[in-house]
Design a protein around this ligand. Sequence first.
Ligand code: PEP
Ligand code: MN
Length: 338
Amino acid sequence: MIITIKKSAPKQEVEKLIADLEKHGVQVTHVVGETHDVLGLVGDTAKLDEKRIMANVAVRNVTRIAAPYKLANRLFHPEDSVIDVAGIKVGGQEKIVVIGGPCSVEGAEQIVSIAQAVKEAGAVMLRGGAYKPRTSPYAFQGLQTEGILDLVEARRKTGLPIVSELMSSDKIEEFDKYVDLIQIGARNMQNFELLKSLGKTQKPILLKRGLANTIEEWIMSAEYIMAAGNPNVILCERGIRTFEKYTRNTLDLSVIPIIKERTHLPIIIDPSHATGDYRYVEAMSLAAIAAGADGLIIEVHNNPECAWSDGGQSLKPDKFARLVEKCRSIAHVVGREL
Ligand code: PEP
Ligand code: MN
């Protein structure tokens, strides 16, 4: 349930109303907006009497939300959420963020040199996997803690905030300590115990869409994280499974306007995993910016032929730099900065 509060409402009246609602066992989130405030109610709102709430002088309107997601719902929070990743703002109407880096961290020297190259090209964050969700148990599983410490070293040298994938809740403390943006990969999008445990940190979460999940299931996963107490969620479309074989996945760009309409969360696009082929990454990046994405996360490697994972979809730094330049032009066309 959403209660719209008049801007002119006396503060004590609003506080009294919140206290009264909480007495009925519902959880109330107070969002202060420019034109009006919103009270978002979660819990068993069925027993609340709309007419009684409407009678309160502070109240302008009462709306019942049909969608199963509440905290992520645009109705709960009419303005865009802007998520702060170590000082870099993601979301809102202005800036577009580009994140670049290798699929896997392969050592300090590799990650530091790629970090310098992507920074030079215009990236504002560095990605790098240290715990890798590989299809084969015999494939490289990531440098793990050593990889995280290599990322920390790259951040120290370049100042770029670091993004890395968390696969199990027993590593939350490590990620909370070292990582700026915690990625939850496509394969773990519906690992509900992992999602719930993310309430233990206030670090922002990059939630990738599952390989075969609907938009609603994806938003519900964001809702899990938010309901656990961490409101800092950024969504990431990375392609879904279809019958198509010429690409690794099928990039669903229609999610951008849909996510923006239904939620207040930022959305970024991963054209690398979506296409699986470095030749298509630039075209999909330009299309994503044109469609209103808040950012891109792109795999970049200084020697893709020898990359330990996902070399075929990784761009060399010079191609990445050209891509950022072209994206900048599109960003200006749609009234944004990059
Ligand atoms: C990755 O970012 O390297 C990765 C494994 O992504 P996804 O979960 O989208 O497959
Ligand atoms: Mn990868």
